[in-house]
Design a protein around this ligand. Structure first.
Ligand code: GDP
Length: 194
């Protein structure tokens, strides 16, 4: 038992709550150009506008969602802000993150091959309890697909992640991605409690 909280969330991994209001730090990882900023903007502002990236400029954006059981979850979503081009992200980026999302582009096999690197980074810098998601983005570009769904499924299973394909452009599975993130966190917390 690492948490005496009634909801079982461990504050050390970023799951802070009062009654039914949770606050969750979520970090995005993945190669430049896979659509991380577009996923955040779709989720937070409900729009697809690749040109607004430069104007965001904040270290994180937040968005609150209500779950079916009337729990509200406030996400603090950290985007790399282009820092993924350099050797490594600052440890501060990972600190306190309860959920991590590794994004690749289904039309770009190199971006998928980089997932292993990001898993290693998380193992090095992230909390051992961090929830890991693997996301194949740009699922609207089926005709240009070069990474089969099954490759994503297999990689995720091997690394204890949950897997989803999204499209920031059409909004497919974007909300589901964040909802799944919390759902997996709760499952994890139950395990901690028991
Ligand atoms: P980041 O560097 O990972 O933050 O990637 P961006 O969010 O800046 O997106 C990179 C490019 O991919 C932009 O030109 C977007 O228009 C495009 N993009 C992002 N998401 C999608 C998507 O779901 N579908 C399609 N077709 N293009 C996308």
């Amino acid at each position: 038992r690492t948490s005496g909280r009634p909801d079982g969330l461990n504050p050390d991994i970023g799951g802070v709550s009062d009654a039914k209001n949770l606050r969750v730090k979520l970090v995005l990882l993945g190669d430049s150009g896979v659509g991380k900023s577009c996923i955040v903007l779709r989720f937070v502002r409900g729009q697809f506008d690749p040109t607004s990236k430069v104007t965001v400029g904040a270290s994180f954006l937040s968005q609150t969602i209500a779950l079916q059981d009337s729990t509200t979850v406030k996400f603090e979503i950290w985007d790399t802000a282009g820092q993924e081009r350099y050797a490594a992200l600052a440890p501060l980026y990972y600190r306190g993150a309860a959920v991590s999302v590794i994004v690749y582009d289904i039309t770009n096999p190199d971006s998928f091959n980089k997932a292993q690197y990001w898993v290693k980074e998380l193992q090095k810098h992230g909390s051992p309890d961090i929830v890991m998601a693997l996301v194949g983005n740009k699922a609207d570009l089926q005709e240009q697909r070069e990474v089969p769904i099954q490759d994503g499924v297999d990689f995720a299973e091997k690394n204890g992640m949950f897997f989803i394909e999204t499209s920031a452009k059409t909004a497919d599975n974007i909300n589901q991605l964040f909802e799944h993130g919390v759902a997996h966190m709760k499952v994890l917390s139950c395990k901690i409690m028991n």
